[in-house]
Design a protein around this ligand. Structure first.
Ligand SMILES: Nc1nc2c(ncn2[C@@H]2O[C@H](COP(=O)(O)OP(=O)(O)OP(=O)(O)O)[C@@H](O)[C@H]2O)c(=O)[nH]1
Ligand SMILES: [Mg+2]
Ligand SMILES: [Zn+2]
Length: 229
């Protein structure tokens, strides 16, 4: 008997995403017209998406004019946490939906005063899988992994890694207590997406925040430049 595990590859069901993509394209045009740099933040439940946004919004206070949409199946808890740092926060309740769709984003954007907004954060439902397939009209997709999830998660979620414009590795403050192999994680990521930057951060201590803020600044500048041309 060999101790090797066998894997069975199942065909991925073909999804009908055309309607979503059409709405997303409209959202993208509107956001570009307003020069808004929009981020779809995707990560597992509890990876620290809201915590990172809280720290980010606090750091951006007076420097940027952000808006936030946050998706959860139930409760307004994340929305309430974020509203402490930003006046323009909309909680989207997805009910049974395990990801956000472009129609929900379009509807939520209709409820925010976007005048002067330069940065839009969309915290997707905690889920590493199907949010990747639904275009929301964002400018950039940011994947968030954290040390507590284990160093194999990039390799096990290749679609997020491939689709991401940036990866954040959160909870770096916990490194002394966990056996997370950062070199192995990076190697897995770069096999799938050779050029994607990985920024190590801690939403709790603020470690690594400067590089993340600088990345956001470059995105905002690009969005402005693009709409000026
Ligand atoms: N030590 C440490 N804890 C963190 C960090 N970021 C988040 N946490 C903790 O992780 C837990 C989950 O954080 P959330 O921000 O709610 O995670 P989330 O990804 O928004 O979760 P969902 O919205 O439910 O998917 C909380 O107890 C946070 O305090 C970090 O950088 N370091
Ligand atoms: Mg959250
Ligand atoms: Zn889903």
């Amino acid at each position: 008997m060999s101790g090797q595990t066998r894997t069975v590859r199942l065909p991925i069901a073909e999804r009908v995403l055309e309607a979503n993509d059409e709405i997303a394209a409209g959202v993208r045009v509107e956001l570009a017209r307003r020069s808004i740099f929009a981020i779809d933040l995707i990560g597992a439940p509890g990876s620290g998406k809201t915590a990172l946004l809280e720290t980010t919004l606090r750091a951006l206070s007076g420097r940027r004019r952000p808006a936030v949409l946050v998706g959860d199946l139930a409760t307004r808890r994340d929305g309430d946490r974020l509203a402490r740092w930003c006046d323009r926060v909309i909680q989207i309740s997805t009910g049974e939906g395990c990801h956000l769709e472009a129609g929900q984003v379009r509807l939520a954007l209709g409820q925010v005063d976007l005048e002067g907004v330069d940065l839009l954060f969309i915290e997707n439902v905690g889920n590493l899988i199907c949010p990747v397939g639904f275009d929301l009209g964002q400018t950039a997709k940011v994947g968030l992994f954290s040390l507590t999830e284990g160093d194999d998660k990039a390799a096990k979620h290749p679609y997020l890694v491939t689709a991401a414009d940036l990866l954040l590795l959160n909870k770096i403050d916990l490194a002394p207590y966990l056996s997370f192999d950062r070199a192995a994680f990076e190697a897995d990521v770069h096999l799938l997406n050779p050029h994607v930057p990985i920024l190590e951060v801690s939403a709790t201590t603020g470690a690594g925040l400067e590089a993340w803020l600088a990345w956001l600044d470059r995105g905002v500048a690009r969005a402005r430049g693009a709409s000026a041309t």
